[in-house]
Write a protein that binds this ligand. Structure first.
Ligand code: PMP
Length: 597
């Protein structure tokens, strides 16, 4: 901070020194007066801009690094893929281990081919046509290994469900811990019952009647008011839209420009809430602060007259300041969720944040698209005992149908300015209050009240504890961590092949999320029998990893060897990127890689 201040001061003073006042000097002003003018000018500039400088310094100190990555960062690395043999010895393994890995890889490849012929056929057919699936695929492994991983890719083609099992096109029963992006809270059977009942009782005689409201809307509004503790509701089609609605209304009704959010928290793909890598458009009106940091609270206080709302994704209690740790980030470091004591620490943090927002009149928005109805019937507000001014829901709240919900106060939900007839906030959507959606939502909200969340969380607590004991006793470098029904795999020692775990689990009939082993969710119908089956699959996959030589280590210096290897890959990647840029500038067509991997 001191250095920055000195630099700012230096800039101002040296700037002043360079002004050419020689003409005035000739007219009669003594040099001494001229210097005083410069000093006074500098003083005035400093005086008027110092609050700005002060706020900027506070903001820089509290800003989460990922949100200010300049656009060129994403092109610093150039893609390349290791040859297969290079992949097998990427940690300096001995020839014997490389041979073991070669054979283990072939065995896994053949096993997947034999197990999933129909799914593979469908995957091959849709791969080139469905861009969304390819986007998820590449996130599953550190890029030099993508060609190797691609050989193993088989998507799950599910035709039916039976409890938490997916029945795939090849007739397998696959245990689903993906959580369907977080939608699957009450279990597929629960959703089937809601959807089927809604269809039989209400919807079979209706088409998509939009505009006129459906009587089930009454129950929906009543229940959402109860759940959120907020009196007004707005209905949308996705979590992204709910966030768009909340931020736009907060800005309109507070007449303030900025939205503040916290490090790596996901709030949908609306680019205005997603600065940094992943969005190439600069976003000038969002500040992304470090989560659970007093420095961030200081920024909120200092800039309260500019900040309309502060958005919290309570799932960040699990991995503060980190995105879901996808298998693509298993680069050679140990994955640690940082979850220890998160619950209590996060509760205390939210209480402090609540107080600052109340004292400084900043709207506190809880984005409960993921946590609503997963942590408690009243979502994170109930779980952490903190009330927000605006709450967004989505995912599961319409019994598995597409939805986004915003709840708030009449003052914050206003779309017209009572003082200015032309000032309005255009937030509305064709599918708001779709009859199918409101009917399913009403049924879901009734259903969710019956769940004993604490009993479920206790069950997962015990299971994770027992799993970790077993994993330790068996000497595997794997541990599990969980936050309520959300959980992930961690590793106790660095390795270059931890990402392969997701494919071994697949071969043992487990369906993971799009980030691999980095974020998984239990639907609340998972019982002791399902957990026992999952245990078998995980231990089996660990056995495969071990037998395949993927967890081989050279001993004490293994971590350092891996680090060296990764650094080499990063350097190679930077050199490739520079080469491509230079080639592009010189017209050699080197601007992009021919094959996207
Ligand atoms: N906010 C949060 C907290 C989410 O988890 C998500 C989805 N993962 C969204 C917003 C966006 O929701 P949707 O994908 O329905 O647009």
């Amino acid at each position: 901070m001191l250095t920055m201040l000195t630099t700012s001061l230096n800039l101002l003073t040296t700037g002043g020194d360079q002004f050419n006042f020689s003409s005035e000097v000739k007219i009669a002003q003594p040099v001494l007066t001229l210097s005083s003018e410069v000093i006074i000018l500098t003083f005035l500039v400093l005086l008027t801009s110092s609050p700005k400088i002060y706020k900027s310094i506070l903001t820089i100190q509290a800003t989460h690094y990922a949100s200010i990555a300049p656009p060129y960062v994403s092109t610093l690395l150039g893609s390349f893929a290791h040859e297969h043999e290079e992949c097998l010895k990427a940690d300096g393994a001995t020839e014997g281990i490389v041979k073991r890995r070669r054979e283990a890889f072939e065995t896994l490849l053949n096993k997947l081919k034999i197990l999933f012929p129909k799914s593979s056929e469908i995957y091959d057919e849709i791969d080139e046509k469905f861009s969304d699936i390819r986007f998820f695929d590449v996130k599953k492994v550190f890029f030099p290994f993508r060609e190797m991983a691609k050989k193993l890719s088989v998507c799950v083609v599910a035709e039916k469900t039976d409890g938490p099992y997916l029945i795939d096109s090849d007739g397998h029963r696959i245990l689903d811990v993906s959580g369907s992006y977080g939608v699957n809270v009450i279990g597929y059977e629960g959703f089937k019952s809601i959807g089927n009942r809604a269809h039989d009782e209400v919807l079979k005689d209706m088409g998509p009647v939009l505009g006129p409201i459906h009587p089930e809307l009454r129950g929906v509004l009543k229940q959402l008011v109860e759940v959120s503790g907020l009196p007004e509701i707005s209905l949308h089609m996705s979590g992204t839209e709910a966030v768009m609605c909340a931020t736009r209304l907060a800005r309109f009704n507070t007449k303030k420009k900025f939205v503040a959010s916290f490090g790596s928290a996901y709030h949908g793909w609306y680019d205005a809430v997603q600065p940094g890598v992943g969005n190439e458009r600069p976003v000038p009106d969002i500040i992304v602060l470090n989560d659970m940091s007093d420095a961030s609270l200081r920024v909120l206080k200092a800039r309260a007259n500019e900040i309309a709302c502060v958005m919290v994704n309570p799932l960040q209690a699990f991995t503060p300041n980190q995105p879901p740790p996808s298998d693509g980030t298993l680069i050679g470091k140990v994955r640690d969720s940082g979850v220890a004591n998160a619950r209590e620490d996060f509760r205390a943090w939210l209480q402090k944040l609540r107080k600052v927002c109340s004292d400084y009149k900043i709207v506190l928005v809880f984005d409960e698209v993921y946590t609503g109805f997963r942590l408690a019937p009243g979502g994170a507000q109930e779980y952490f005992g903190v009330h927000a001014d605006m709450v967004c829901y989505g995912k599961s709240v319409a019994g598995g149908m597409p939805v986004g919900v915003v709840c708030s106060t009449p003052e914050l939900m206003r779309r017209f300015d009572p003082d200015h007839p032309l000032r309005l906030c255009y937030v509305v959507g064709t599918f708001s209050a779709h009859p199918s959606i409101v009917t399913c939502m009403n049924r879901f909200l009734n259903e969710v009240k019956k769940i004993d969340f604490q009993a479920k969380h206790d069950l997962y607590d015990i299971w994770v504890g027992n799993m970790n004991k077993d994993l330790q006793e068996l000497g595997y470098p794997v541990r599990l961590a969980h936050f309520a029904s959300v959980w992930l795999f961690q590793y106790t020692s660095p390795g270059r092949y931890h990402w392969l775990m997701q494919y071994y689990l697949r071969s043992r009939m487990v369906n993971l999320a799009w980030v691999g082993t980095g974020r998984l969710s239990f639907s609340l119908d998972f019982d002791a029998i399902h957990l026992a089956a999952l245990r078998e699959s995980i231990l089996g996959a660990c056995e495969d990893m071990d037998a395949g030589g993927w967890w081989w280590t050279s001993g004490e210096g293994h971590g350092a060897t891996i680090k060296k290897q990764v650094n080499k890959e990063i350097l190679r990647s930077v050199a490739i990127s520079i080469g491509r840029k230079v080639g592009g500038v010189m017209g050699f067509g080197g601007g992009s890689s021919a094959k996207s991997i």
